[in-house]
Design a protein around this ligand. Structure first.
Ligand SMILES: [Ca+2]
Length: 383
């Protein structure tokens, strides 16, 4: 899909003042304010915190580095927590793509990475451990949990995150090229095109993880992989769990429709049969039996956006305010130098469009049943 890689980077804090949820059709007004003005990173693609009480933030650079700094807006510099650039195959949609701290990181110092490497080109899901210095990881502590060959350079997925059930969820793209030529997303014998779910706290069958007993395809006799939790996904670049435990995934479209899915165990999310709510292959009269359609889609048009990124939802303190924290690889002027309409016409602006769409989604899907106090969205600018 489209790729927007920028050298410059910054954090942006958006304060979004939504109107009452009763005014469902009114888009938010967005004010943009830069955060961490003294920090800049090359190709930042993820930001995480281990919630270990230290109030530190960890930024993942796609090149293969993780940086750590105190969550202080005036912080002057970041430290290098880990550097595995010599192991990472970087370029396009490839690289160090995701970081997840173990829920018990405070006691075990364990975290997990999702990155692409070469010879052969493949995705690795690896475990690392922090050193006695909390701001430095042990590079040689790597233990590889999963290796998945990547037939093409694009659609490497990239997210990994622990669910409220304590299991590690990992997103895999369909393997790449365009149109999923080998139909991998519908093939349950490969992790490509799926969200996997594994138990990293128990080992089984000679692997450094086990498969949770209630995984939908565990123990089958037809060759389907027990790790698969949901499938039929094209490139679920980012997903997250909301406060109710619901798994929200943003699945990047082929060229016409971007979608947001609520991921359920065993669900088939349609790709490559469908792109969003529309037949893709075949292009008409496709068989939709058993497919789970997105909860939201938007098209590629002047009013819409391009590749979807993803986000997070949480409830906060302020009844009238949505706070959106965007982690974007764009320059200051590129944000402030254009109106929203103009911004939409240049690639980096597409993410602003996506913010609005996610807000609309939240208003439609959440305001109706819950009181939104505050929401937090992180968006990422690769795909
Ligand atoms: Ca779909």
């Amino acid at each position: 899909m489209l790729k927007f890689i920028y050298t410059f980077s910054l954090f942006v804090l958006l304060s979004v003042f939504i109107f009452s949820c009763k005014n469902d059709e009114t888009l938010a007004q967005v004010n943009i304010e830069r955060t961490f003005p003294n920090l800049s990173f090359q190709n930042p693609v993820d930001i995480q915190t281990p919630n270990d009480g230290t109030n530190r933030l960890f930024v993942v650079s796609q090149l293969g580095k993780i940086f750590v700094f105190d969550n202080d807006n005036d912080i002057q510099s970041a430290k290098t927590f880990l550097d595995i650039t010599d192991r990472v195959l970087f370029g396009g949609e490839q690289g160090l793509l995701g970081l997840a701290f173990h829920p018990n990181y405070n006691s075990n110092g364990v975290f997990f990475l999702n990155y692409t490497t070469s010879n052969p080109r493949r995705t690795l899901i690896s475990k690392f451990t922090v050193s006695n210095n909390p701001d430095s990881a042990i590079k040689n502590s790597e233990e590889i949990l999963l290796e998945v060959e990547q037939p093409y350079s694009n659609h490497n997925g990239g997210q990994l995150a622990f669910g409220p059930d304590g299991f590690l969820y990992i997103s895999f793209g369909d393997g790449g090229s365009g149109g999923d030529p080998e139909n991998r997303a519908q093939n349950l014998t490969t992790l490509l095109g799926s969200i996997a779910r594994i138990d990293v706290n128990n080992e089984a069958n000679g692997k450094k993880y086990s498969i949770p007993n209630d995984n939908p395809f565990k123990g089958n006799s037809d060759g389907s992989l027990g790790e698969i939790y949901a499938y039929g996904l094209r490139n679920p670049w980012r997903f997250s769990f909301d406060s109710t435990g619901k798994l929200w995934a943003a699945d990047v479209g082929q060229g016409e429709w971007e979608e947001i899915d609520i991921i359920e165990s065993g669900g088939n999310y349609g790709w490559r049969i469908m792109e969003g709510n529309h037949c893709y292959n075949p292009s008409s009269n496709c068989n939709q039996d058993g497919l789970i359609l997105p909860v939201w889609e938007y098209g590629h048009n002047p009013e819409g956006g391009y590749s979807i990124t993803g986000g997070y939802v949480y409830e906060g303190e302020n009844n009238n305010e949505l706070k959106i924290n965007i982690f974007m690889q764009i320059t200051f002027l590129e944000i402030y130098g254009h109106s929203i309409y103009q911004i939409r016409r240049i690639p980096l602006s597409l993410n602003l469009t996506e913010i609005f769409l996610l807000l609309v989604l939240m208003k439609k899907r959440i305001c109706s049943s819950l009181i939104i106090k505050e929401a937090f969205i992180k968006l990422f600018l690769i795909m």
